[in-house]
Structures are given as structure tokens and as C-alpha cells.
Design a protein around this ligand. Structure first.
Ligand code: 2P0
Length: 330
């Protein structure tokens, strides 16, 4: 066979983010415009590093490997459709070779799609010769996976819902807060239902969904006020309540959407006990059974120690706020 030439290449790394005020549901499925604005913390040490090469036209279809495993089917289709957006913007037709490496367990509700599509957006733009601003990168990453628009930025990020492609993007939130999130890995198994499908079912069948949406705006304002006031004691309760409200709406869907395992409930209970003992600790839960505990950087080691004591055998890791998208090279 003929040698395949490389038209352009890029490499980028991004960290996963965990929402403090959640995104759950789309107003526009194709553009990924959410029904609510959301607020997140990008974490250190939960990263995806991705390289993209655009190849000569004779190279055949797009190819994708995740952690050295060749991918087909849904995963490849989703990446190809995303790359089509980049190709269209850049005015190119080239097939791509994509390779990515994760330090995030895949599909376990640890926001692997947030780091994945943020890193892919960065790497693909460099490879295609597109020079986008952070805001444009955020809009692009959003098309791959909603939560990915927040991983363009480090630390706290606010995704304003907007109403169309141009107005739906994330922005960094300035803060001096000393925050940490502790990931309590109840189970590393892949989720039983994708968040995409679960969101759809919640919107279309849960009688509690609209109540959660209505409350969400007030929750966000309260959270932002707490951040401005540097007040973790005010931020924690609204973070926990917003997540529990989202899961209440899921549990009320027909049939129910439940990401809870018995150990998830035990972990929530441990957090309540630790809080009753006077430490700062509030739990949040995403599309998987693993809880994340919001605390201060200063108390993180103590809280992790208390969690390990109460939840023997469970993997518990402290994560500090991490950087946003990093372009590594072309
Ligand atoms: C979030 N989650 O705000 C919420 C909370 C999970 C629970 O964003 O369909 O992978 O690709 O836009 O971003 C998970 O959903 O969904 C998510 P798509 P995504 O972090």
C-alpha cells in the first residue's frame, strides 16, 4: 500500500470536571443546549490526553483508540461526528487517527466524557489548523459532550445555558476558595444506562423534573453568592441538595433511573457522620454510583482519613482543583 501522509497533527490534555450545580437535560439535543446553567470544579489528576492526526484522503475511515484499545461502533461514530464539525469549520475532508489515554475510569460517572471531548476539541483544532478562542473551544467541546465545555477551564467554571450555539458556553469563575473534592470509588464498573439516555427519560417521564429545573436557578445563584463570599459552609449544603434533587427527579422517572448502589448510600451516611463531627463535607453524585465529597483543601486529608475509616476497602482519593485545556503540541 501507498504510504499515508499526515496533513496535520495536534495533541492536548484536559481534566475532568465535577458539577457542583448539575446539568441534567437538553433543550436542544442536536446542539446540546442544556435546560439549566451549571457550575463545576475541574480536578487535578483525572485527565485525558489525546492526539489527532489528519491524514491523506486515501487513508480510509477515521480510526480511534482509547487506552490502546481500537474502538468501533458508538464510540467511533460519536468521535467521527464531532470531527465532522471541526472538518467543516476548517474546510478539510481528511480522515483522522485519534488516540487517547485516560487516568479517569471510563463510563463510571467520573465525568470521563468531559475530559475526553475537551482534549479532543483542543487536539483536533490544532491538527486542523483552527485557531479558536477559549470561548469558541468551549462551544465546540459542548457539541461532543455537554459537560466538556466546562473542562476547557481550570478550577470553577460556569456553563451558561444560553439559547443557541453562540450563547451556550462555559466561563471561568474567579475565586480564592480553598476547595478539594474527594472521589469515593464505590464501583469502577461501566454505568448501566448512559447519561444521555437517562436525561431523555427523566425529562420525558419524571413528574419531578420541572421542579428540579425551577429550583436549579436559585441553587446556582446561592452557590455563586457563597463563592463570592468565600463561604464553604454556605456552598456545601446547596451543592448536596442540588444533586439529591436531580437524583430524586431520576428516581421518579418511569421506569426509574437509579445510579445508586447500597454502598452509595453507606457513603452518603458516612459523609453525614463526618459533618456531624464538625468537619466540612458534603456529597454529590453524578451518573454513576461513586460519590464525590466537597471539602476544603485544608481539611481534605482529615476528611479522607475519616471516610477510609468508615468505608474500609473503598478507594478514596483527594483531588485539588486542576488546570483547564492544555495544548501540548502540534
Ligand atoms: C454534570 N452530568 O453536570 C451532569 C451531572 C452527569 C450528572 O454532564 O449527553 O456526558 O454528552 O451532554 O455531559 C453527564 O452528561 O452528557 C453530565 P451529554 P454528559 O456533570
Amino acid at each position: 500500500p501507498e504510504a499515508v501522509g499526515i496533513v496535520g497533527q495536534g495533541q492536548a490534555q484536559a481534566n475532568a470536571n465535577i458539577a457542583l450545580i448539575k446539568y441534567w437535560g437538553k433543550a436542544d439535543e442536536d446542539l446540546i443546549i442544556p435546560t439549566t446553567s451549571s457550575l463545576s470544579l475541574t480536578l487535578d489528576g483525572l485527565s485525558t490526553r489525546t492526539s489527532v492526526q489528519f491524514l491523506d484522503l486515501n487513508a480510509g475511515p477515521d480510526r480511534l483508540a482509547i487506552d490502546d484499545q481500537p474502538q468501533g461502533g458508538k464510540a467511533l461514530g460519536r468521535v467521527s461526528r464531532f470531527l465532522d464539525l471541526v472538518r467543516r469549520q476548517a474546510g478539510i475532508d481528511a480522515p483522522a487517527l485519534v488516540s487517547s489515554y485516560n487516568t479517569v475510569p471510563y463510563g463510571a460517572g467520573l465525568a470521563s466524557s468531559s475530559s475526553a471531548f475537551a482534549a479532543l476539541a483542543g487536539a483536533a483544532c490544532v491538527a486542523a489548523g483552527l485557531d479558536l478562542s477559549p470561548r469558541e473551544l468551549s462551544r465546540l467541546a459542548r457539541r461532543g459532550s455537554g459537560s466538556a465545555c466546562r473542562s476547557i477551564f481550570g478550577g470553577l467554571a460556569l456553563w451558561q445555558a444560553g439559547q443557541d450555539d453562540a450563547s451556550s458556553y462555559a466561563q471561568p469563575v474567579d475565586s480564592q476558595m480553598d476547595l478539594a473534592l474527594i472521589v469515593v470509588l464505590v464501583s469502577g464498573q461501566e454505568k448501566r444506562i448512559s447519561s444521555r439516555e437517562a436525561m431523555r427519560r427523566t425529562i420525558s417521564t419524571s413528574p419531578l423534573y420541572q421542579a428540579w429545573v425551577d429550583q436549579s436557578q436559585a441553587d446556582l445563584e446561592q452557590a455563586l453568592a457563597a463563592i463570592r463570599a468565600n463561604d464553604l459552609q454556605a456552598l456545601g449544603p446547596v451543592v448536596e441538595a442540588n444533586a439529591l434533587g436531580m437524583h430524586a427527579a431520576m428516581l421518579a422517572a418511569r421506569p426509574a433511573v437509579s445510579y445508586w448502589l447500597p454502598d452509595t448510600l453507606l457513603a452518603f451516611d458516612a459523609v453525614r457522620q463526618i459533618r456531624a463531627d464538625g468537619l466540612s463535607a458534603w456529597a454529590t453524585l453524578d451518573a454513576g454510583p461513586n460519590i464525590k465529597v466537597l471539602t476544603s483543601g485544608q481539611e481534605a486529608a482529615r476528611v479522607a482519613e475519616e471516610l477510609r475509616r468508615r468505608l474500609p476497602g473503598v478507594n478514596i482519593q483527594v483531588h485539588k482543583p486542576g488546570p483547564g485545556l492544555q495544548i501540548i503540541g502540534s
